[in-house]
Write a new protein. Structure first.
Length: 161
């Protein structure tokens, strides 16, 4: 292998044909200097912001109404109707999403979209009945009655296990 590598280097002009690289022509004519390198070097730190000049401010969220006056009900026919759901939820309006008119694959996509929506806007999603979901914003509190069978809801429509 070394012979093939040597021949390739010779062909490309990367090596001399005689084998030595002229190392005999050089002599050690340099003087080694010991330089004093400090082992600990502390640089001055320049703050990115002046103290308190640009404090982080959270993004504005819709102001919660003292009285909830409106709930949006959406009956999507395809995944393209996700925009209606997202816009209503982003405005702070609770959304009831009825997926009974959709096929299972598009309904699952819409549930996944809604899960991302409520995660991003700190809301909550609850299954009301089969293929009907309630998306509630962070400022809306939803109270539900206790289920008779605790595992009944987990084995529902959007369980991926």
């Amino acid at each position: 292998m070394a012979g093939a590598l040597r021949k390739t280097m010779l062909y490309l002009g990367l090596a001399d044909e005689r084998g030595d690289h002229g190392t005999d022509d050089y002599t050690d004519e340099y003087q080694e200097l010991e330089t004093a390198v400090p082992h600990e070097y502390e640089a001055q730190v320049t703050p990115i912001r002046a103290n308190g000049s640009h404090a982080l401010v959270p993004a504005p969220t819709p102001a919660p109404d003292p009285e909830l006056r409106r709930i949006t009900t959406v009956h999507p026919r395809s995944y393209n109707d996700a925009r209606k759901i997202g816009e209503a939820f982003r405005e702070g309006t609770p959304v009831i999403m009825n997926l009974s008119d959709m096929d299972d694959s598009d309904a699952k996509r819409l549930v996944d979209f809604s899960a991302g929506l409520i995660f991003g806007l700190h809301g909550a999603i609850e299954r009301v009945t089969n293929k009907v979901f309630l998306l509630s914003p962070a400022h809306v509190e939803v109270t539900a009655e206790e289920q008779a069978v605790p595992g009944e809801m987990r084995a529902g429509f959007y369980n991926q296990s």
